[in-house]
Unconditional design. Structure first.
Length: 276
């Protein structure tokens, strides 16, 4: 059973379908993993959501920052931004069903047979596998509960920026959210630096990609993630970044996975937005 992990789609439905055609994707035989950010900035986010949802258990998608933003903006219009491309979702007849489905997606997927972790942005440098799975479960429970609106009101923000088992309440959930969906860079002590989004070393060399933090607790895990279109090539046998900037006119990348080998397949994309 082939498994293909696919990088950030961000509403680029046509590019996704062309990539799947190239893979000769057959839902009766194959499985898809998505790194999150199914929506926003590309022109056909509603089509992407409907397509992935219809795949049912043939696809796993973890939640990304744009997916969480969509859930929040659907509940609280004050969160909607002029640069978003989500308006067709808000007015869709199946809007409520799609938001319910999205809230019930995982923050993290771990396949013990294939020995791979799938997340959107990364894992806190202080988390081992057990801690990461427990953190994901905490946030998933909140998003699926009757209290999810209370969380969405408090989700945005950059603090706290370092993990502690003593974190509690909204601060704990916000840190977990930022690690799974927003993190790109940390300092050498593992503190999150969420204001940076450029290439490594572009502005301040004291900040490192999260997977370069010394003494990272999860360095032995094989981790597939998105959210890093500016990272460039990464030489690390356990790190598999798949966001290759489809929405910016780069490519949409798939990673064919089995226990003993991986293979990257890329398709060039039409630019939907200009990089900031």
């Amino acid at each position: 059973m082939p498994v293909y992990a696919i990088g950030d789609v961000q509403g680029c439905y046509d590019e996704l379908r062309r990539l799947l055609d190239r893979l000769d994707f057959d839902p009766a035989r194959d499985r898809l993993w998505f790194t999150g950010d199914l929506v926003n900035r590309g022109p056909r986010s509603l089509k992407v959501l409907r397509f992935v949802r219809k795949l049912g258990d043939k696809a796993v998608t973890v939640l990304g920052n744009h997916d969480l933003h969509l859930i929040a903006a659907a509940e609280f219009p004050i969160r909607r931004r002029s640069k978003d491309t989500l308006s067709k979702i808000y007015g869709a007849k199946d809007h409520e069903e799609l938001m319910h489905w999205l809230r019930h997606r995982p923050m993290m997927h771990y396949d013990g047979d294939l020995d791979f972790v799938l997340v959107h942005a990364g894992l806190s440098p202080q988390w081992d596998l057990k801690t990461a799975l427990a953190a994901a479960a905490e946030l998933e429970h909140m998003l699926r509960s009757d209290r999810y609106r209370n969380f969405l009101k408090r989700m945005y923000g950059n603090q706290p920026n370092r993990w502690s088992r003593k974190l509690s309440g909204w601060n704990r959930l916000r840190y977990i959210t930022n690690c799974f969906t927003r993190m790109r860079y940390c300092d050498r002590h593992g503190r999150l630096e969420l204001s940076r989004s450029g290439k490594p070393g572009h502005r301040d060399k004291k900040y490192l990609p999260w997977f370069r933090v010394p003494e990272r607790e999860n360095k032995d895990l094989r981790i597939i993630f998105g959210h890093g279109s500016t990272l460039g090539p990464v030489k690390d046998r356990n790190i598999f970044p798949l966001d290759t900037g489809c929405v910016w006119g780069g490519s949409l990348t798939a990673l064919r996975i089995d226990k003993n080998r991986v293979e990257r397949i890329k398709n060039r994309c039409k630019q939907a937005q200009k990089p900031r």
